[in-house]
Design a protein around this ligand. Structure first.
Ligand code: ACO
Length: 705
């Protein structure tokens, strides 16, 4: 882990470009550092000034002649290279480069940014930015930024790729009454990236929750590695913007078209235990929940409400987010029945009805929190004339402290009349919401995270002893030598077999007679398929004939296929016709892979056939996660195809173990061979015993060895 003490706890800060003019950024930075209560040395650098903000000013970093941990650079872009060089020579440990005008403005800027990086490498300096707002740490404390204000002290770290987003969130946080430990603006991430900062925040004793706003991740593999460890220590919630389907549109395979970078991010976040927020609101709801409430043990939620409608909304949301309505034990039900009015609903949601005052809330909430079948509670309050929102807020806070192992969320539905109560709840660390759904979605995030960090039996990766890498290597090399990028049917069949993936037997025939010979050897019936690197959709050009029972039928089909393909695609190179055995019935699923630029091979599983892209009944995993059957099976169960495989409407169950084995082996194949860029096995036919890859498409590209 990189030591980022120079950034968050610097002993000395030089501000290059410090200014006495209040409208300048160089003024704001010095002002922020001073006002944050920073206790180290401050060295303003400005050739024209003797002193700035009561601190002696120096004409350059070189003239300080004392150690400097951090230099904040806020001079015009044309001076930054020279200033960075001076900092390096003076032994400065690290830089924050505020200045804009680098990579984000084009080629010239990129060149300057690369120069900055090489200066940092040369002198062993680390750099945040360029094009950033800076950092804040409320505990050390230091505010080395030009943001407008300093956050309230708290236990949340925010890492933002967008400076504008960071300053807006800062302003908003005051209104929300939220406290932060760190605010970090990563800017262009020329050196330090969100990965380094997540790692540092995970080790920061003052941070309990890590929030990120990111637009991209450039080192997917390291992201997964670092976040998998960091998220075991504290929750990481990421809002990822810029979800692009460009990659998906360009893809030629079913899998490629389904994948797209968003799926890869999903899979990577999931694998790393990172929670993804879809909106800013969700990001902060989760932050409030995690930073103030205990993690629930399981997902059983109790709802206490003074109004029926919102109680139903909460129940709906609990079902939508896959949580459970707690089923109270007998003692709880007896107590509720004995003490609540007759009109009340004593089962979950507990409706203490419209005339409930604080005492009724106290009784109901305490009773459900005492129940062992309850893991967390949502308290809903609507403002009737007799309701006591403030008093009830005190009660909720008190009971939340008393039952400190169960999270409580308050839903105060209303505005003006409830403001005081809501404030009290926020100030006392009970998340309050205006509507039920976000409170439940926050609880769901907590339940998911709680499941992720629970001690699990370590899963051993499956050793595959029976794979034959040599054969695959030879096949790929041969195809590349032929200057092709798509494997032919008999070649994919060889590749599958080499990795122990059961595949329909396929051989290439170049004459009618040869086709008959193969047919007899395989045993009739057989199928014939045109073999051409240019023809992806064989049926469309009359290139397929199935269920052929004799030499005579094979000969006739052979001629028909050749005639038809010749008619539709007279210029397509034809290698011959593939003869394939006919495969038993079964559930048809797809297994495939597309390679993501950031995260590498991404494996898909789902309902197969020609409607794959329409139905999108699919689940994704990074191939790196699919080295054990547990993960593969979980992937299978996430789809509707799983219901079919289990035996739908009286059908016999399909061999899910055999399918899982094929998925595991596919993941291994694409991990072993970088050359494979896309792959579709559509369909894999899953029989009652065993499975067969029926139609396999593999696309490759040359890699530097
Ligand atoms: N060494 C020391 N001091 C210097 C040097 C130097 N080499 N060169 C200039 N200075 C002094 C200047 O004399 C000036 O001081 P003065 O006010 O006493 O005259 C001060 O440093 C600043 O220099 P200016 O030329 O006045 O530059 P200015 O402050 O106008 O702009 C800045 C510099 C802010 C870095 C600008 O170039 C810039 O990049 N602005 C954009 C910043 C930004 O948006 N960053 C991304 C944030 S992310 C977001 O989206 C919010």
């Amino acid at each position: 882990m990189i030591d980022l003490d120079f950034l968050f706890n610097p002993g000395q800060i030089a501000i290059v470009g410090a200014s006495k003019s209040p409208q300048k950024i160089g003024y704001a930075i010095v002002d922020n550092i001073v006002k944050s209560g920073y206790r180290g040395e401050i060295y303003p650098i400005n050739p024209k000034e003797e002193e700035i903000a009561g601190h002696k000013a120096y004409p350059s970093v070189a003239e300080i002649n004392k150690p400097v941990d951090l230099a904040v650079i806020s001079v015009p872009v044309k001076h930054t290279i020279q200033v960075a060089e001076e900092c390096g020579k003076a032994g400065v440990k690290g830089l924050i480069v505020i200045t804009a005008g680098f990579k984000e403005v084009g080629r010239e800027g990129l060149k300057l940014e690369q120069e900055l990086i090489s200066i940092c490498r040369r002198y062993g300096m680390r750099m945040l930015g360029p094009n950033c707002v800076g950092i804040m740490d409320t505990h050390t404390p230091v505010n080395a930024s030009f943001a407008n204000g300093f956050p309230n002290k708290g236990n949340i770290s925010l890492i933002s790729q967008s400076g504008a987003m960071l300053v807006s969130i800062l302003d908003w946080s005051f209104e929300m009454g939220m406290g932060f430990s760190r605010f970090i603006s990563t800017g262009n991430k020329a050196d330090l990236t969100e990965i380094d900062l997540i790692e540092s925040c995970a080790a920061d004793p003052n941070t309990d929750v890590i929030l990120c706003y990111i637009e991209d991740i450039t080192d997917g593999e390291r992201f997964v590695e670092v976040c998998s460890e960091a998220s075991k220590k504290k929750p990481i919630v990421i809002l990822k913007s810029g979800i692009s389907s460009a990659g998906a549109q360009a893809a030629s395979s079913h899998t490629g078209a389904l994948a797209g970078s968003n799926r890869a991010y999903e899979a990577a976040f999931r694998q790393s235990g990172v929670l993804r927020a879809e909106t800013l609101n969700e990001l902060f709801d989760l932050a409030r929940a995690f930073s103030s409430q205990p993690l629930p043990d399981q997902s059983r939620v109790a709802v206490v409400t003074n109004a029926g409608g919102p109680g139903i909304l909460a129940t709906d949301a609990i079902e939508k987010y896959d949580l459970k309505m707690a089923r109270f034990n007998k003692n709880t039900i007896d107590k509720l029945r004995g003490n609540l009015p007759q009109e009340a609903n004593i089962y979950n949601p507990v409706d203490i009805i419209g005339d409930a005052r604080d005492d009724r809330y106290r009784f109901a909430l305490q009773t459900v929190l005492e129940d062992d079948n309850v893991d967390g509670a949502v308290v809903i309050l609507c403002p009737a004339a007799v309701t006591e929102p403030e008093k009830t807020a005190h009660t909720i806070v008190e009971l939340n402290k008393k039952y400190s192992d169960k999270p409580v969320m308050a839903v105060y539905i209303g505005g003006r009349v409830l403001a005081e109560g809501k404030n009290y709840l926020s100030e006392n660390k009970v998340p309050s919401f205006t509507f039920p759904e976000p409170s439940i979605s926050s609880l769901e995030g907590m339940v998911r995270y709680s499941g992720f960090i629970k001690e699990k039996e370590p899963v051993q990766p499956v050793e595959l002893e029976d794979i034959n890498r040599e054969t695959v290597r030879k096949t790929i090399d041969q195809v590349l030598e032929d200057r092709r990028v798509v494997l032919l049917g008999h070649e994919t069949s060889t590749v599958m077999s080499a990795y122990g993936i059961p595949v329909s037997k396929t051989y290439l025939a170049t004459t009618e007679e040869e086709a008959c010979e193969i047919g007899s050897k395989l045993g009739y019936p057989v199928a014939l398929k045109i073999s051409s690197p240019r023809i992806a959709h064989k049926t469309d050009v009359g290139g397929v004939a199935i269920g052929l029972h004799s030499d005579k039928e094979v000969k006739r089909a052979y001629r028909q296929i050749m005639d038809s393909v010749g008619y539709y695609l007279p210029d397509a190179p034809i290698y011959g016709i593939e003869v394939q055995d006919m495969v038993d019935e079964g559930v048809e699923v797809i297994v495939g892979m597309s390679r993501d630029v950031q995260f590498g091979p991404l494996v898909v599983f789902g309902l197969g056939g020609i409607y794959v892209n329409l139905l999108e009944d699919v689940s994704f995993r990074l191939a790196s996660a699919l080295d054990n059957y547990e993960e593969v099976k979980e992937m299978i169960t996430e789809t509707k195809a799983y219901t079919l495989l289990q035996g739908y409407r009286g059908k016999k169950a399909a061999d899910i173990d055999a399918l899982a084995d094929s998925i595991l082996r596919t993941a291994r194949l694409v991990r072993d061979f970088d050359e494979i860029t896309e792959m579709d096995i559509n369909p894999v036919r899953v029989h009652t015993k065993g499975s067969t890859a029926l139609d396999v498409k593999i696309t490759i590209e040359e890699k530097e060895k």
